[in-house]
Design a protein around this ligand. Structure first.
Ligand SMILES: N[C@@H](CCC(=O)N[C@@H](CS)C(=O)NCC(=O)O)C(=O)O
Length: 194
């Protein structure tokens, strides 16, 4: 299986974690998300990473779809009453990623084109979600907690000045414990410019 990815994409990190935890080897193909290569468009008409190409040539895209494909039948996404709680946690993690990527892209516009209110709104949404996580501790190893961990890891590399740990000791301690685990540390992004 071939994964179109970038080092810093939190969505791609989520897929890589799920692949590791389900015992899959991925061939990694680097994509630049600012100038999308043709080979990515050929696999994913939306031009987004991550995109997983299966050995039979089928391409799967959107990280949620890829993660559910890889986790099918495993304890990462069990059937039963916890399933919707896990998917809600996954939505919270993905939502933090969406807001953080939105904020990052907005910061990259020429200063005169940036919308400070929009940037502030994304920051407020991020911190509100992290506060909710501090109150309702994530637990276990699931598609939900993996998504949350990748989202918090992305905040650390892109927005350390947001200091999301401040006043949120429970979720900070949870994340710092998990960050030391080999399967998660192995995908820690090497920060790249831009
Ligand atoms: N909902 C998508 C979001 C993926 C996404 O936005 N990826 C970014 C990189 S982190 C991207 O490819 N951006 C390029 C673009 O939107 O054209 C998913 O979960 O896979």
């Amino acid at each position: 299986m071939k994964l179109h990815y970038s080092e810093t994409s939190p969505y791609a990190r989520k897929v890589r974690c799920v692949a590791t935890l389900t015992g899959r080897d991925l061939e990694l193909v680097t994509s630049d998300t600012w100038s999308v290569p043709d080979r990515l468009y050929q696999a994913n008409p939306l031009g987004k990473i991550p995109c997983l190409e299966l050995d039979d040539g089928t391409a799967l895209y959107d990280s949620r779809v890829i993660c559910e494909y890889l986790a099918e039948g495993t304890a990462l996404a069990p059937a039963g009453p916890d399933r919707w709680k896990i998917f809600r946690e996954a939505a919270l993690g993905d939502g933090i990623m969406d807001a953080a990527v939105e904020k990052f892209v907005e910061h990259h516009r020429p200063p005169a084109q940036q919308d400070p209110d929009w940037i502030d709104r994304q920051a407020r949404n991020i911190l509100s979600a992290v506060t909710a996580l501090d109150a309702a501790q994530p637990e276990g190893l699931t598609l939900g907690t993996i998504s949350i961990a990748c989202a918090l890891g992305y905040l650390d590399i892109r927005f350390p000045e947001m200091a999301w740990r401040e006043g949120r000791p429970a979720v900070a301690a949870w994340f710092d414990r998990l960050a030391a685990e080999a399967w998660f540390a192995a995908t820690a992004p090497v920060q790249q410019p831009g």
